[in-house]
Design a protein around this ligand. Structure first.
Ligand code: AP5
Length: 209
């Protein structure tokens, strides 16, 4: 199974991806997670990425395409993958097409998680992540156990100002890839509003397996 998750920041891509990769036995390839790991490790790529990410801006296409190209060569990604946060521009989608076609591989579906803008800011500013388990919480919608609260991390780009920039990037640069994949008949639109379990069920129903 080869899937792409598209959706605005805070749509629940990371939350749902964690559930689906378990169900389908495929790796979760999140460019955001890979870039955050590079920032934390202080690599050259991390140093480049940090400024863009904190400001809520997209990195240059060639940087992210190179990162994904290498990741897709890893043995665990040869039989299937869930791509989260990539592609995010039409040039990235075209580059992915070239990569997959070169390997004789096709995508199964592009899941578009739809959440209105007015719900996004509250989802993002209340998000906290456990650095030990990777689990994503929300202070109000998905509260963490009290004993782990002190160790939870609030992402630097989860400020109201950065979220507005990220939403702008989504509408200007990422939304145009929807017609690109619609033309290939791959897009499954899923309502991302409501209980996360209900959203998972909708995605599974849309995928039909
Ligand atoms: P990335 O990490 O990909 O961020 P994003 O797309 O903005 O998505 P988020 O991780 O913010 O949200 P999500 O949809 O995963 O939501 P989540 O499940 O956590 O990218 C970060 C940055 O990296 C970019 O800005 C850019 O700089 C760079 N970058 C990455 N990829 C790039 C690329 N391809 N090209 C260029 N630059 C790139 O949920 C959010 C919150 O809501 C959580 O608190 C959660 O608990 C809660 N929640 C989830 N589901 C529900 C629900 N159903 N009801 C209520 N609350 C919910």
């Amino acid at each position: 199974m080869r899937l792409i998750f598209i959706g605005p920041p805070g749509a629940g891509k990371g939350t749902q991806a964690a559930r689906l990769v378990e169900r389908y036995g495929i790796p979760h390839v999140s460019t955001g997670d890979m870039l955050r790991a590079a920032v934390k490790a202080g690599t050259e790529m991390g140093k480049v990425a940090e400024g863009y990410m904190t400001a809520g801006k997209l990195l240059p296409d060639e940087v992210v395409v190179g990162l994904v190209r290498e990741r897709l060569k890893a043995p665990d990604a040869t039989k299937g993958v869930l791509l989260d946060g990539f592609p995010r521009t039409v040039p990235q989608a075209e580059a992915l097409d070239v990569m997959l076609t070169g390997e004789g591989i096709s995508l199964d579906a592009v899941v578009l998680l739809e959440v209105p803008d007015d719900l996004i800011v509250s989802r993002i500013v209340g998000r906290r992540q456990d650095p030990e388990t990777g689990e994503i919480y929300h202070l109000q919608f998905s509260p963490p156990p009290a004993d782990i609260l002190p160790r939870l991390v609030h992402r630097k780009d989860d400020t109201e100002e950065a979220v507005r920039t990220r939403l702008g990037s989504y509408h200007d640069q990422t939304a145009p890839i929807i017609p690109f994949y619609e033309a290939k008949g791959l897009v499954k639109r899923v309502d991302g509003v409501g209980n996360p379990d209900d959203v998972t069920a909708r995605i599974i129903a849309a995928l039909g397996r």
